[in-house]
Design a binder for this molecule. Structure first.
Ligand SMILES: NC(=O)C1=CN([C@@H]2O[C@H](COP(=O)(O)OP(=O)(O)OC[C@H]3O[C@@H](n4cnc5c(N)ncnc54)[C@H](O)[C@@H]3O)[C@@H](O)[C@H]2O)C=CC1
Ligand SMILES: O=C(O)[C@@H]1CCC=N1
Length: 257
């Protein structure tokens, strides 16, 4: 995810000289240096006052990392993308640090079509707020949340969501092959169907029922397909899947708090 953010910033003409990467894995560090031409190091050295620290390690790695750098940081802004990790925990591990924004982007950031939710308990000054918004705009769109507890739902929906869509697309392709199409034909037809449908739906998200009706002719083929989706209760499956991800996000938060 950090690489997606760096790629987005460079794409927006950010100077590589403004970005420093801290990556403990030497192989990954080399890849990042070669790909993005940014400087990188294995661990934190001195951090300037106006640098923004993007916390992009796995939730399980956040505590030890923050504790190890807590003496290096003063008022710098920490922008966390770690799933489940609450602002209170980040503050505690960073010795009472306050200047924290919690966020949840998604993997579509890799092509600057991500959506990021942001939350802070602080009243950010205009310059800091703009800087945060500039970072997340580099990877797509963003929304500010009014309550940190919503972050668990966001994680389950737009954070994990791309994986559900990829899962669906994979199954869709497999079905197409089962019906006699070649893999190439199946990938092209299913991929473009998902892309076109997404674009069409984005303008009419409050009227999806009508869009469904516009495809499903009375007595036609789509009706038969939809009947199967209904009988296997796809909507209930989706609710179960998102609820499980939501509960896991809450559990991570409680585990580490
Ligand atoms: N992958 C996704 O689609 C999304 C991930 N996230 C969140 O983003 C965070 C990162 O996820 P990924 O990029 O998938 O994980 P990742 O494992 O690919 O990246 C984390 C990187 O941090 C490095 N690292 C770990 N401890 C370190 C330390 N002490 N000092 C320096 N570097 C250290 C690791 O070597 C690794 O390269 C997670 O907290 C995840 O919850 C959020 C939204 C979407
Ligand atoms: O699966 C995860 O835990 C992370 C958070 C959202 C997407 N990936």
């Amino acid at each position: 995810m950090a690489a997606a953010i760096i790629g987005g910033l460079l794409n927006k003409n950010y100077s590589p000289a403004l970005i420093r990467v801290i990556e403990s894995d030497s192989k990954k560090r080399l890849v990042i240096e070669n790909k993005f031409k940014v400087s990188s190091m294995a661990e934190f050295k001195k951090i300037d006052k106006d640098e923004i620290i993007v916390l992009a390690v796995k939730p399980q790695q956040a505590e030890s990392l923050l504790k190890s750098i807590s003496t290096e940081i003063s008022e710098q802004l920490i922008l966390s993308i770690a799933a489940g990790i609450q602002i209170e925990s980040i503050g505690k591990w960073a010795r009472g640090h306050k200047n924290i924004v919690r966020s949840m982007p998604n993997v579509c950031a890799q092509i600057q079509l991500g959506i990021t939710a942001l939350f802070t308990k602080e009243v950010l000054d205009t310059k800091t707020k703009l800087a945060v918004e500039e970072i997340v705009s580099a990877i797509g769109e963003f929304i500010w949340l009014d309550d940190e507890s919503k972050m668990d739902a966001v994680t389950a929906i737009s954070g994990s969501g791309p994986a559900y869509i990829f899962y669906f697309l994979n199954a869709f392709i497999e079905s197409a092959i089962e019906l006699g199409l070649s893999r190439n034909e199946a990938e092209k037809l299913c991929g473009k169907t998902l892309l076109g449908s997404s674009h069409l739906a984005l303008d009419q998200l409050n009227d999806l029922q009508n869009l469904i009706l516009s495809v499903a002719s009375k007595g036609g083929t789509t009706e038969e397909g939809l009947k199967q989706l209904e009988s296997y209760k796809l909507n209930e499956m989706l609710l179960k899947a998102t609820r499980a991800a939501y509960e896991k996000s809450k559990k991570i938060g409680l585990e580490f708090n």
